[in-house]
Every structure is written in C-alpha cells, then in structure tokens.
Design a protein around this ligand. Structure first.
Ligand code: ZN
Length: 278
C-alpha cells in the first residue's frame, strides 16, 4: 500500500508549482545499504532491481505514449527515469531500492566476466558498470549527505561528484517538466485505462511468479500509469508478467504493453544469491 500512496502523492509533486525544481530531501543518515552492499538482503536486492527494471520499461512507455523528446540515448533516459522515480523524496522513497538495482548492474558485470574485446560497445545500452555508476551518481547528486558513503565506496572522485549534483537536478527537472503536463488530475480526467495480468507460470518459474505477485510489481506500475492522462480513448496500457522463454522485460509500442518475464526474476534472484545477498 505504501507504494500506491507514494505514487498518488508523487503525482501531486509533479503538479506542484515548484515541480521544476523539487525541494531537496531532508538530510538523513546514510542507510546501511549505502555503506555496505552486504547490508542489502536478497529480498531487497530482488525487489529493488525489479522495480528499477519495470520503471525503466515504463520510461520507454511514457516516451512512446506521449512522443516525448529524447536527447541522448533512450536507454540512458529510461534508466534515468527509473532512478528519478526511485530517488529519495519526502514521500517514503529512501533510495535503497535504487542502490539494490545498482548492485545488480555491478553483479551482472562481474558475472559476465566479459573482456574489453568481448563487450558489446555497439549496443544501445551502456555497459553494466556505467549503468550502475549512473544510478549512484544521480543518487549522490540528489542527496550528497545520505549517499556520500556510496560515492566513497565506489571511488567516485570529488570532481565527478560536483557534476552529479548538477545532473541529478537536471534529470529531476527534465522529467518533472515533461510529465507535469500529462498528469490526469490537471485535466479532470482519469488516467490511462489499464489491464493487469499475472499469467500462470511453468514449473521452472513458480517461485518467480509468486515473488512478482507478492511484490505487486505490476500494481505499482498501474498506480503510476493511472496518474497520467490518456491521449487516445482507445489506448489501454497492458501490464503483463509471464513466462517468455527468455530473461527480459520490454515495452511494446504497438500493443502499449509492458511485459516482465518470470525468467528475469529468477535471474535477478540468482545473481543476488551468487553475490552473497541473503
Ligand atoms: Zn530499455
């Protein structure tokens, strides 16, 4: 329920006059997950990463539904949307889920073991470590007091940290600016119609499907999507969790559908376990 409340109050944040320059979060002590990756439980690792993944896909979805301008790589923009949404605020988000997602990218890089020659430099995504550092940079920039220890343990130098503060403010202002005109309450409209489905899982993904339901991963996205006005009465945003035959999550522009694969949930939990989270 907390996330539903969060989503509802965040929409108010988006329509507030000061939305272009959101107020800094209150100073708080660094959470233990920031100081040590081992303080992140397996449950938190899995949940935080899953939230990041589906918010990333929703970032693609919003770009698609509203034809938002994208300066730079859309994959980076989608990561930055997810980080913006998961950054500390005064509505219950403390950033530790985003730290968990950052650890996942680090774990993914470590597990792949790819050499410099083997890395897919041509890919539309940044390298795993870059995606991790982008999250860390934006978190630090949002709240240097709380995330200073994270920047320290990742070895982010002082000169970069200054830039992170500017980037975090710019990222937050950009997404707030792009989305505030789409908040449904402003237009006395309901938000998008949604259609939510957890499909039955096969034998290999029973646990993953149970995790998806327990975390209510699709419900969080539904509550967010409902805040945004539809541009076409025929548009229904479909949210689906299912077996895909591959470990992935994606936004389908033709179907207006966000899909998360149970196989990905298995992979995330396995990566967390393999890197020592319990
Ligand atoms: Zn993507």
């Amino acid at each position: 329920m907390k996330r539903m409340l969060l989503a509802a109050t965040l929409s108010l944040g988006l329509v507030a006059p000061s939305a272009a320059q959101p107020p800094p979060p209150p100073v708080r002590l660094a959470p233990p997950q920031v100081i040590s990756s081992q303080a992140i439980s397996l449950d938190q690792f899995t949940r935080g990463t899953l939230r990041f993944v589906i918010l990333h896909e929703l970032g693609h979805g919003l770009v698609d539904l509203y034809d938002l301008p994208v300066l730079g790589r859309e994959e980076d923009a989608a990561d930055r949307f997810a980080t913006f949404w998961m950054s500390p605020d005064d509505q219950g988000e403390d950033g530790t889920d985003a730290v968990a997602a950052m650890e996942w990218w680090m774990a993914s890089a470590k597990q792949s073991g790819a050499s410099r020659e083997q890395l897919p430099w041509w890919d539309e995504h940044g390298m795993d470590e870059q995606r991790a550092y982008q999250i860390a940079c934006l978190l630090y920039g949002r709240s240097p007091d709380a995330f200073g220890p994270l920047a320290g343990r990742l070895g982010i130098p002082e000169r970069r940290r200054m830039g992170c503060q500017l980037e975090a403010a710019q990222n937050s202002a950009s997404w707030s600016h792009l989305l505030k005109g789409q908040v449904s309450q402003l237009h006395n409209l309901d938000g998008f119609f949604t259609n939510l489905t957890y499909e039955p899982a096969g034998p290999a993904t029973q646990d993953a499907a149970a995790i998806a339901r327990r975390y209510k991963i699709l419900e969080e996205i539904r509550e967010i999507v409902r805040q945004f006005r539809y541009t076409d009465v025929n548009t229904t945003v479909k949210l689906v969790a299912r077996d895909c035959g591959e470990s992935n999550a994606f936004w389908n522009t033709k179907a207006d559908q966000l899909t998360v694969c149970y196989e990905l949930i298995n992979d995330i939990a396995s990566a967390g376990y393999a890197t020592g989270h319990r």
